[in-house]
Design a protein around this ligand. Structure first.
Ligand code: NDP
Length: 401
């Protein structure tokens, strides 16, 4: 059917590439391009014999002209951006300049401020409309599948949605005292930020990780979850009409939180530059160099993830509760693609978003969050591509302990 350019060669990219290669009828040719070409080649080398033709390229995606040249040389229909959120705008500019569709998994964040927001990417809406191009934002798991779960609930099970609680639990153990499951810099910036949730049209701020619950989740058991801000809250508060409250919860072990507190207390998570032996360094970027590479956690991680949405509202005048979730097993993901479940659960939806776009099923000119498309083909594709979901309507199955 066509060509896709995949930018980034980290943990998520490796899964996207392998999943694209499972659909050679759609992804006839892909190019993996990133800052370090050796990492692109390493992914390509895992796929010797693939029907999808694979090439690699070096690119600095902070530089729009370099991305434009690469797109012009390769000629893709779509760019799948699984580099870092810092590159979103330069890559979107390059897509506009060359007439290519765009898919990503994380919204733009300026490198010097730990603040992610959709406003920068939503500002491209008219430009993409005028160019007849589609940009699909946030096609990972969260954001991504959690937003599609919500759109699916809205379409099939609710007249009105009142509350949404997104619950992201990773009960996997990699055996390291401290490591992050995706890019450490992005992860720590997110976790150390203030909590925030949407209620009755306003945003309520909380101290970082200060609100805790214990949820007893299927296939996981009782788990500590903490209220955090997460980017899909911004788009869902706009796109799910009439919603009164949306919160996001993530699990952290005591061990993770203790390490994080110490690192924070000594200044290692700061993004303020400091001078060390005459050279300017950013403590968090230095810390990233010390921590295990998330892509290396695959063979060590055991246990499961459970990510889903608890949605409450009304149907036919009666109260309705709906819980929809996916459970992924780190070891099973590793056996299939050589990556742990956090990369897997992000990479599969990124491939599906691009596949629906290439098939013309999710194609409409403009810039859209995933919940603005028909959720049904995506939900079907999740079941077919390694992320089966389960649902139940009984709130007792999700006892708060
Ligand atoms: P990694 O750090 O493992 O990989 C990022 C890749 O991007 C690296 O290969 C890196 O190159 C490359 N890169 C960074 N800067 C540039 C640049 N200027 N030009 C070209 N390439 C560049 O991250 P992950 O794979 O863990 O995460 C990828 C993305 O997925 C992130 O944006 C993350 O926020 C998002 N994500 C989304 C989730 C979701 O559910 N929606 C969940 C998890 C992650 P190099 O190898 O040289 O450093």
């Amino acid at each position: 059917m066509g060509k896709a350019l995949i930018i980034g060669a980290g943990g998520v990219s490796s899964v996207v590439v392998q999943k694209c290669c499972q659909h050679p009828d759609v992804f006839e040719e892909i190019c993996i391009a990133s800052r370090t070409i050796e990492k692109c080649d390493a992914i390509k080398n895992k796929l010797v014999g693939s029907k999808t033709k694979i090439s690699t390229a070096q690119v600095d995606a902070d530089n729009t002209d370099e991305v434009i040249n690469l797109i012009n040389n390769f000629g893709p229909e779509v760019v799948i951006n699984v580099a870092l959120p810092y590159q979103d705008l330069t890559i979107m500019d390059a897509c506009l300049a060359t007439g290519v569709h765009y898919v990503d998994t994380a919204n733009y964040e300026p490198p010097d401020t730990a603040k992610f927001e959709y406003k920068w990417q939503w500002a491209y809406k008219e430009k993409f409309e005028e160019a007849g191009l589609t940009a699909i934002l946030g096609s990972g798991f969260d954001p991504g599948v959690t937003s599609i779960f919500t759109a699916y609930a809205q379409k099939h099970y609710f007249d009105e949605i009142h509350t949404i609680d997104i619950v992201d639990v990773n009960a996997g153990d990699h055996g390291y005292p401290f490591a992050t499951n995706f890019n450490p810099e992005i992860n720590i910036r997110e976790v150390t930020a203030n909590g925030r949730y949407f209620e009755n049209g306003d945003w309520v701020e909380t101290e970082p990780l200060s609100v805790k619950k214990v949820y007893n989740l299927p296939e996981i058991g009782p788990t500590d979850i903490y209220l955090m801000y997460h980017e899909e809250l911004e788009s869902l508060s706009k796109n799910i009409k009439g919603v009164k409250r949306i919160r996001f919860w993530m699990s952290f072990s005591e061990r993770y939180l203790t390490h994080l507190k110490v690192l924070e207390n000594v200044g290692m998570t700061s993004i303020e530059p400091i001078i060390y032996e005459g050279k300017e360094i950013i403590p968090l970027q230095f810390l990233k160099e010390l921590l295990p590479d998330p892509a290396s956690l695959g063979p060590r991680t055991k246990g499961k993830t459970n990510i889903g949405c608890v949605i409450q509202g009304t149907k036919d005048g009666k109260p309705q509760t709906y819980y929809v979730y996916n459970v992924s097993d780190h070891e099973k993901c590793y056996a299939e693609v050589g990556s742990q479940a956090v990369s897997y659960t992000t990479g599969v939806p990124a491939m599906i978003g691009a596949m629906l776009l290439m098939k013309g099923i999710w194609k409409k000119p403009g810039v859209y969050n995933v919940e603005e498309f028909d959720p049904d083909p995506f939900m079907e594709a999740l079941n077919e591509n390694g992320l089966p979901w389960q649902e139940n309507f009984s709130p007792t199955l999700l006892d708060e302990v």
